[in-house]
Every structure is written in C-alpha cells, then in structure tokens.
Write a protein that binds this ligand. Structure first.
Ligand code: SF4
Length: 575
C-alpha cells in the first residue's frame, strides 16, 4: 500500500481543445487544476505535486527527470477540435508515448484523449482509441480516476464520472497548481466550467458523450474564482459549457437569476479581475426564449470585460446538411440570434447600451462588450457544393444588414468514435478539400476583412496587448481573452512586455496597431507611416522637425483625426 503522504506526482499538460473547453496557453484548462485538487483531497501533500506543460518539457529537457522519477505520472491532453495555436504546441502522439516510456512509476492518461487519437493533431482526420503505452487510461473523469487511484494505493480504479460535490472541492483545492504554470501570473487565463453535457445531439460532437447538462451551482464556481484569484489569476473565461445562457436552468431554457448570481458573485470575489469572458452560447436558446435570453445577455454585458465573444455553433447554413446531422439551428434562427446579441450587448464602454449595435465614426474607440461569433464546420454528412454558397450568403447577409460578428471560425470535421459521424469519417472533408480552401479564402477576403473594420475601426484602443513573437520585422501580440485579435506592431519590440495599442489597419483576421498613445517625439518612421493618412514624406518631416510641445505644433498635413493615435510626451523625456 502506497501512503499518499509520501507519493510524488508529476502532472504533464499536453493541452486540450474540445468543443467547449480550451487549454492551450495562455489558457489553463480545468483538467490540471481538478487533478491537483483530487490529489490533495486524497492526501497527497501540495509540495509533492509537480506540474509541467509539454512546452516546458521541450524547452527545458532537464524537467524530464520529474517525469522519470515521479511515483505517479498523470498526463492530460487531447484535441477534439484542433486548430492553430500561437501560445503553445499541443503534444503529438509520439511525445505522449515518450512520456509513458520515460515514467518509471505508475502512468495514467486522461482528458479528451480518451475519445481517440489521430496520427497527428489535425482536422479532416479519423481517430482511434489508443493507450499510447500508459498503464492506465481514464475512460471516465480523469480527476475521479486520480483520486481513486491514489486511494487504492496505485492499484487501479473504476472508470466513473465525478459528482458536483467532488468537483466543487477539487476545483478550489487544486487552484494552487496555477503557480507552476510557465505563464503565471500575468499571462494566464483560467478556463472555468459551469456545466458539461448538452441537451442536443449534433452528429459530430463529443459533448453529448457527457450526457445531459449538469450545472455547477454559482457558489462553487465563485469559490473557485476566489481561490484562483488568491493565487494571482486575473483573467478568466467561462468557457467550459455548451451554452452559457442555459446556465442553472432546466437544461434548455435560460435562468437569468442564476446568471446574475454567477457573474455578480465573480465580480465580488475578484474585484480586480482584468478579463471576464465567455465561450459558447447556443443560438437556439435565444430564439426559443427571447425575453429571458435578452435579460441574460444584458447581465453578461454588464459584468464582462469588452471584446467578449459568444460563439454560435451554426455549423452549416445548408438545410440538407442541417437535417442529416441533426443540427439544431437554422440559418434564419441563427440570424435572429445574431441580431438579438448585437442589440443587447453590441455597445462599447462609454456609451448608452440602448444605442447598440454601434460602429462608424461616432462610436467610442473600444471593442464592443459582447458580439456573436459563428462556427462553421465542413465535411459533414450531406455536404455539397451549394453548402458553401449557403454559408457564404449567410455571412454576407449579417454584414449587409448592419450587424457585427466578432469572429468567423471555419474548420473541417474530425470523426470520433461514439458520434454519428464516425461512419462517414473524413471522406467528405477530404473530397471537398479544394472547394473548402477556395471558399475559406473568399470568406476571409470578402467578409472577415470588412467585418473586422466595422468591429474595430482605426483608432480602436486595445489595452494590455502581450507581445508574443517577431516576424518580418514586426512584433505580434494579443490581449488575454476569448478569441483575441492578433495584433502586428511595426518594429521588433521586447517580447513578454504588455502595451496598449491603437488599431491602424486590418487584415483578414488580424490588425496592425501602434503603441497608444504614440509619442510624436519618439515614434519610429515605421510606426508613423502605419497611421492612416501619414505617408513617408510626412513621417520624415515629423521626425526632422522634432521636438514638439503639442500635437498641434506638428504639421501633419492630413485631414485624418490623429488625436485618436498620437500625443507628445514632455520634451525632457523624449529622445
Ligand atoms: S448544440 Fe450540438 S455542437 Fe453544441 S454542444 Fe450540443 S451537441 Fe455539441
């Protein structure tokens, strides 16, 4: 029998990306936090629990020693909706195998990896269940497996799901593990779970494998935020649920009172939080219960931070694909839901919510509080050439009728065992690869670009952009939050720093920005010419005629309202 008091445990985070749960840095998913809490609850001392991300093991190979020497290795990972990531690279199956081979103690693997593993982390692939050479695979909840395994003296466990009492306890007790995340404390955002499971049964989705929705009551989520906040976390996303509007209700209809308790409770225990965003919202809830939904959306917009996104899983605007895949929302219904979110939450800080949605010259230069995002999925059963046109037309209509979308996510299906798509597999996605590529490009050019300009016009200020990497003489960074905009800044600035930026130009899904406010006495030529209306010769004149006491002293030779971008700092501090 192994005494939990003497057990050493290493948790390795290979990252997760599920339909309603994200854990690639800067996000930390619930898995390592809950697993750590379950270990503590089972009697393992906190100081005997080590947590590494897969990127840290890659960057600092000495840490593999912790994998080798632990009495128990817990690997957490699995990509059921893989995408491209800036903040980290998910573990590939070969790396996961290497973890199992390196571990001399007992090894346990869990998380969405239980749903299956492809040859690589990519869309349009089929998956199969594999143990990747681990001693144990948690087929139920990994946190329950961790707890039971330690209780059994590392002999084994029954696959089971954890209950609400357990998760409430473990979520709070495991909050300390964030201290060991390489991004802690500044550049870390904690994914919060309010429920699992879904009342609907879309053909491709792994969420119904968790059953019907089960909600964590507000005090347990609020208590977890309190504990995380005590450990320095200032950024939160309520992303682990299929539909935030259904929170605390009967599984389908909204319950605005529960939402209010949740959001106001979070604000009370973490008054200094810097980000409070959400993920998924089901458009069908909005259409079927419009009044309760409007109230719920207003509550969210009142408590969240700007730039929040309610991702809608339209998946396909083609009625044939909708019918064959049991999708629950039509294009018309989704359009209605887009309209309602725009009307209730498409306002910007500093203006009257009644005016929403706002854009154009008079709108304050901040991101709207909450906008819908649209997820579209390709390769589903029944997909045909017209499907692409249906989807494109839907997006065009949203733009033409004056509404905003914060993001359009287009991807190809992965087929998982246990879902209805497993028979069809990746066949249709593969057949349509060329069509898919063409259409994606068209959407990026014709819709994404003008939409982004509407959502975040030149001059929009994005506070606290974290600088992440250099490319082509620019520095790229993002704010912490849900689907943050990628910002390119002229010049190579110090990575790891945080700057406020003002948007000057738009790509398809990214923007160009300059540090805000830009000091005319110090700005580089590249920064000056990035501002709309300032060409090479004006920028040259600005530099030559420095210093300036005020912006009006500089002859900028442009009609453009530059007060949104520039300032002059006191001369003695200018270079
Ligand atoms: S509504 Fe469909 S896609 Fe969304 S979580 Fe439920 S089953 Fe999955």
């Amino acid at each position: 029998m192994t005494d939990p008091e003497t057990l050493s445990v290493t948790i390795v985070d290979g990252y997760v990306d599920e339909p309603a749960h994200f854990g690639v840095p800067p996000y930390i998913s619930t898995y390592p936090r809950y697993a750590a809490g379950a270990l503590v609850d089972a009697g393992v001392p906190r100081e005997r629990i080590t947590y590494h991300t897969i990127d840290r093991l890659r960057d600092q190979p000495d840490y593999w020693r912790d994998v080798d020497e632990a009495d128990l290795l817990v690997y957490l990972g699995g990509m059921t909706v893989p995408g491209k990531y800036v903040g980290g690279t998910p573990a590939e199956p070969d790396e996961v195998r290497k973890l199992a081979w390196t571990a001399t103690g007992t090894s346990l693997m869990g998380g969405p990896v239980k749903f299956g593993v492809g040859e690589e982390n990519a869309g349009a692939t089929e998956t199969e269940r594999q143990d990747l050479d681990f001693d144990f695979v948690a087929k139920g909840d990994v946190e329950a497996a961790v707890y039971d395994l330690v209780e059994s003296g590392l002999e084994g466990f029954n696959n089971r799901m954890r209950d609400i009492d357990e998760v409430s306890r473990w979520a709070q007790e495991g909050a300390f593990i964030v201290d060991q995340h390489p991004n802690h404390p500044e550049y870390l955002i904690a994914e919060l779970e309010t429920s699992r499971g879904c009342a609907y049964r879309c053909s491709f989705c792994t969420e119904p494998l968790y059953g019907n929705p089960e909600f964590r009551p507000p005090p347990t989520v609020v208590g977890e935020v309190d504990a995380l906040s005590d450990h320095g976390v200032k950024h939160f996303r309520i992303g682990r649920q299929a539909d935030i509007l259904a929170y605390g209700g009967d599984g389908e209809a909204p319950n605005p009172d529960a939402l209010r308790q949740l959001y106001s409770g979070i604000r009370e225990v973490a008054p200094d939080l810097e980000t409070l965003h959400l993920d998924n919202m089901n458009p069908i809830t909005i259409v079927e219960w419009p009044e309760q939904s409007r109230e719920g959306i207003r509550i969210i917009a009142e408590h969240n931070t700007p730039g929040d996104t309610a991702a809608f899983g339209l998946e396909s605007a083609d009625p044939v694909v909708q019918a064959e895949n049991n999708l629950n929302v039509t294009a018309e219904e989704c359009f209605e839901a887009v309209r309602i979110v725009n009307e209730e939450a498409g306002w910007r800080p500093g203006e009257d919510p009644e005016d929403a949605p706002t854009f154009g010259d008079d709108a304050p230069r901040r991101l709207p509080k909450l906008l819908p995002g649209i997820n579209l999925l390709h390769g589903l059963k029944g997909e045909r050439e017209e499907t692409y046109e249906h989807n494109r037309a839907f997006l065009q209509r949203v733009y033409d009728e004056g509404y905003m979308l914060r993001r359009i996510n287009i991807r190809q299906v992965m087929a998982f065992d246990g879902t209805d798509m497993s028979d069809t597999g990746a066949e249709i996605a593969n057949e349509h690869k060329q069509l898919f590529k063409r259409y994606k490009k068209q959407v990026r050019e014709e819709i994404d670009n003008p939409m982004l300009e509407r959502v975040a016009p030149p001059g929009t200020v994005l506070p606290d952009v974290h600088l992440e990497y250099h490319q082509d003489g620019k520095t790229f960074g993002r704010q912490l939050g849900t689907y943050p905009l990628l910002v390119g800044i002229p010049g190579e600035r110090q990575l790891g720093e945080t700057v406020d930026i003002a948007i000057v130009d738009h790509g398809y899904r990214s923007v160009t920005g300059v540090p805000y406010p830009l000091d005319l006495n110090a700005a580089s030529m590249n920064e000056l010419t990035a501002i709309p209306g300032i060409g090479d010769s004006t920028a040259g004149d600005i530099v030559v005629n420095r210093p300036y006491e005020s912006v009006t002293d500089a002859d900028l030779g442009t009609e453009f309202d530059l007060s949104r971008f520039v300032t002059t700092r006191p001369l003695e501090t200018a270079d």
